[in-house]
Design a protein around this ligand. Structure first.
Ligand code: AGP
Length: 609
């Protein structure tokens, strides 16, 4: 979604800001802009489309400024135009960038218009700029003006303001949208994601909810939500600097698909061995929490939700503990009952998904006492706000369509199954079996990736299709859901997933030769049932693409193309069968010529509702 970069320095910061925006491009956006302060002037440049157009425009006019703020916008209020792009300016003096949504913007707008302000855009953000300008009339101090102004905002914001009359200062405020301060030597920075600042610093302060900060070249002053000046920890970032490099792959998504064996090795490292799970890998208090746990509630969105649904099958089948999974945006707006001795598990690649964060907050309010975040970003809001956290260690994921984040989440959830199961009479041999399966996983994924050219061939047959159906049973049902999500995200082909047993309850009516049916079929106890479902489709003239274990006895014929997936142990099959479905969506998107890494209308980290 929207991205923010800002800098106060002695040198020209234009290229730092532009590089920062480039590094945030993967998050999804539709326009970009920069405001620079130079020789007492505030110069704003904005463009719709890619950061490259903005860069060309700034470079053509030799843009200069030692203080500046920059933004990539993902439209919420107001269409995609230069006027609606950020930064927004008030009284030709203050420039503001903003991530999030000011929900009471209509009321604020009316009040500000009556105070004599003219609005140039349709955005909610412009109310921030004018509100601060209005406060400046009263306080004459930018920090105090922002502290006063934010009290009038309802909604979510990560916002940065500069004043051309005070070119050495940025004031920033965080509520519901992350902001991180980057510390330099004689210069300081702000961004919505540390990735943007890695070329200039590795020392970061992650602002907390409600923080407002004044940043100059040499100082950082942070005021917390109670109005007190506070110190926040300085964190040395371990994030790879060059995650932004495609390493020779045509797309980040393909690179990330191929990274899965190695990142999963990393996920398992020092945590799993043939002797068992290492102690306390979920945190010092985890053992006592898991010993008490009788019910697991999992909350997440999108792909992370699919990981949660898979874990439900595992937790109930292997660990014998009751589990429910819910979409965060549903949970946060309904009344629910908290069963005794519950463990709340949130799953998120980014750790900044607005709905998941709000769901966690609500869960704590209604009585969940133990919370575990399974997350890919250390220091993210979700991690900081959960009692326990477990890092997926997927490395930075740039492609909007989540791949390695999903499979590492699944590996973590299998570890969680054993960690809880060993307190719940999970038989020793079952624990051992799952451990062994996990240890074979990286090699199995390497073998499965060798199916790429076979899957690429098959993708040709989807290029003229508009709809598709994904089928799976048991713990492969969420994998079918994830396969369908991947296909729609990047190829824009309508895809729906069904638990195969549901076919005859409705979707069978859709079957014809124009509706490809993709089936995931490992060799498990549900195989016979799956064979019957396949026959139901065949009898109605459907065309099937079956990803099956060799032993599963599916043969290619005129109505069915079978791709044999390497045989693997049952508990890791959902992870292994994810790979061909990722490859299928990738190659179909390639044929359709879509923007694989930044599909239309989507954002990497969904920080607004
Ligand atoms: C995955 O391909 C999606 N882009 C999306 O569904 C994503 O998984 C979802 O927005 C949740 O994000 P999170 O894992 O960062 O919380």
């Amino acid at each position: 979604m929207c991205g923010i970069v800002g800098a106060v320095a002695e040198r020209n910061v234009v290229q730092i800001l532009l590089e920062g925006l480039r590094r945030l491009e993967y998050r999804g956006y539709d326009s970009a802009g920069v405001a620079l302060i130079h020789n007492g002037q505030l110069n704003t440049v904005k463009r719709t489309g890619k950061v490259q157009s903005l860069s060309d425009a700034i470079n053509s006019e030799n843009g200069l400024g030692a203080t500046g703020i920059a933004h990539t916008r993902w439209a919420t209020h107001g269409s995609v135009t230069e006027t609606n792009a950020h930064p927004h300016v008030s009284t030709e003096r203050f420039a503001v960038v903003h991530n999030g949504i000011i929900e009471n913007h209509k009321v604020l707008r009316e009040a500000l218009i009556s105070q004599g302000y003219t609005f140039n855009s349709d955005t909610d953000t412009e109310t921030i700029a004018h509100s601060i300008a209005e406060q400046m009339k009263i306080t004459g101090d930018l920090l105090q003006s922002v502290l006063n102004a934010v009290k009038t905002f309802h909604g979510a914001y990560g916002t940065v303001v500069v004043d051309k009359e005070d070119p050495n200062t940025m004031v920033v405020a965080r509520s519901g949208s992350p902001l991180v301060i980057g510390l330099g030597f004689g210069e300081n920075f702000i961004a919505s994601d540390q990735m943007a600042l890695l070329p200039v610093t590795r020392r970061f302060i992650f602002l907390e909810e409600g923080d407002v900060a004044e940043i100059t070249r040499t100082t950082v002053k942070i005021i917390d939500t109670d109005g007190n000046e506070v110190e926040r920890d300085i964190i040395e970032s371990l994030v790879e600097h060059d995650a932004g490099d495609k390493a020779g792959y045509r797309h980040y998504m393909l690179k990330e698909i191929y990274e899965q064996p190695s990142v999963i090795r990393n996920t398992l490292k020092d945590r799993v061995s043939a002797d068992g799970l290492a102690d306390n890998i979920f945190g010092r208090d985890s053992e006592s929490i898991f010993a008490k746990t009788e019910y697991v509630k999992i909350i997440a969105c999108g792909t992370s939700y699919h990981a949660g649904v898979t874990a439900k099958y595992w937790l109930e089948q292997y660990a014998g503990v009751s589990c429910d999974v819910e979409i965060a945006s549903e949970f946060r707006y309904r009344k629910s009952v908290v069963p005794a001795n519950s463990l709340l598990v949130t799953i998120s690649q980014s750790g900044e998904t607005a709905d998941t964060l709000a769901a966690l907050k609500l869960a704590k309010e209604i009585g969940y006492t133990s919370s575990l975040a399974i997350c890919n970003v250390d220091g993210s809001s979700l991690v900081r706000e959960s009692a326990l956290s477990f890092m997926t260690r997927a490395g930075t994921e740039i492609g909007v369509a989540s791949t390695k984040a999903f499979t590492t989440q699944l590996a973590c959830l299998l570890m969680l199954t054993i960690a809880i199961g060993k307190h719940k009479n999970m038989p020793k041999e079952v624990q051992q079996n799952v451990l062994e399966a996990l240890l074979t996983l990286p090699t199995k994924l390497e073998e499965t990736l060798q199916l790429a050219s076979e899957v690429e061939d098959l993708a040709e047959e989807f290029s003229d299709k508009y709809h598709s159906l994904f089928l799976g049973r048991g713990d492969q049902y969420p994998i079918a859901m994830e396969g369908a999500l991947k296909l729609k995200e990047i190829s824009y082909i309508h895809a729906e997933a069904y638990a195969s047993g549901e076919l005859k309850h409705g979707p069978l009516a859709l079957i014809d030769a124009e509706m490809p049916v993709i089936v995931v079929a490992p060799n498990n106890e549900l195989l016979e049932k799956l064979h019957s479902n396949v026959e139901e489709v065949r009898a109605r003239g459907g065309i099937m693409y079956v990803f099956a274990d060799k032993e599963a006895q599916f043969e290619s014929d005129e109505t069915m193309r079978v791709v044999n997936v390497p045989h693997c142990m049952e508990s890791i099959a959902p992870i292994v069968y994810t790979i061909p479905l990722q490859l299928l969506s990738y190659y179909v998107a390639l044929i359709k010529g879509t923007d694989v890494d930044q599909p239309r209308n989507l954002a990497k980290s969904v920080t607004v509702e």
